[in-house]
Ligand binder design. Structure first.
Ligand code: A2P
Length: 283
């Protein structure tokens, strides 16, 4: 595993196990346990994924010291604002069965994000969270909110894959040494991406599968990636990207696949209403 040093000095693994859409219960517990066995030590969940209890239970069942794994969870959009964030943070800790988090993110940039951020800063100062960050912030949204923050987020977790490389955002965040975490780094299993001729060609050359080529490209390009799989071979296989390197010419070929467009547009009208309708974390 390779590590990325965040602006606060914390070393974060460059690949974590994403748990979006893993059902609370046996499926989620088994996948998290498998991922640990395969070699993942960063686990990414969220209040809105509805599986914090299973992620936490699976990690506790490992019986290993707490400092051996990293846990990220996220504040849901329903809980923006000072008091709501305080309650939501405690609820997530309780669900996970942990007394501290490695990374806590503001999941969606809507509502009273500024007061939510103050709660995160205080919890970090109190030692309850090691690193704090945001998610789904486009350059415009970043400028709208982050200018009001006292401290910069350590990460911004956004959709990112070879068809949507977030170049403008990367330039902006690099100015403040803010790291990008790529969610859906495999394009959420998009077959046009996985079967793209340039990617297939490299897969054949290096004796890897398309997913491994994409993840290698992203990590080599400086991203922290959070692939998701429920398949035991792919859970393990996705980690096998640290034993080869793409040439600079190959990196350029893959950089050229960028279309500048993703699936989720946080600036689209009606997004917050859609999110609130689709994910309700409490009454
Ligand atoms: P599966 O769970 O059957 O492995 P993302 O992380 O971008 O959201 O992508 C997740 C999707 O990609 C899932 O449908 C997952 O299916 C699939 N997937 C994960 N790893 C690979 C891989 N190495 N090659 C092809 N598909 C993959």
């Amino acid at each position: 595993m390779e590590y990325k040093v965040l602006s606060n000095g914390v070393q974060l693994p460059m690949m974590g196990y994403g748990t979006f859409q893993l059902r609370e219960g046996e499926e989620c517990r088994q996948c998290v346990a498998r991922a640990w066995e395969a070699g993942y030590c960063l686990f990414d969940t969220a209040a809105s994924y509805g599986n914090e209890k299973s992620v936490g239970a699976a990690l506790r069942d490992l019986g290993v010291p707490r400092e051996e794994y990293f846990v990220t969870t996220k504040l849901w959009v329903q809980d923006a604002g000072f008091d709501n964030t305080l309650r939501a943070f405690e609820r997530s800790l309780e669900n996970l069965g942990l007394d501290s988090l490695d990374l806590y993110l503001i999941h969606q940039p809507f509502g009273d994000v500024t007061d939510a951020w103050k709660v995160l800063e205080e919890a970090k100062a109190a030692g309850k969270i090691k690193s704090i960050g945001v998610s789904n912030m486009t350059p415009a949204i970043w400028k709208e909110f982050v200018l009001q923050f006292q401290t910069l987020p350590a990460v911004n977790q956004v959709e990112c894959n070879p068809f949507f490389q977030q170049r403008q955002l990367r330039e902006l965040l690099a100015e403040g040494d803010v790291k990008i975490e790529a969610y859906q780094p495999l394009g959420h299993g998009d077959n046009t991406l996985l079967s793209h001729p340039e990617i297939v060609k490299l897969a054949e050359k290096y004796g890897k599968n398309s997913g491994q080529i994409i993840l290698r490209f992203e990590v080599q390009d400086g991203l922290i990636v959070l692939p998701k799989s429920t398949n035991p071979e792919r859970i393990a296989g996705n980690l096998e990207i640290f034993d080869f390197a793409l040439s600079e010419a190959e990196m350029e070929t893959l950089r050229a696949l960028d279309t500048g467009k993703g699936h989720h547009d946080p600036e689209a009208p009606g997004v917050v209403e859609m999110l609130l309708q689709n994910f309700k974390v409490h009454d």
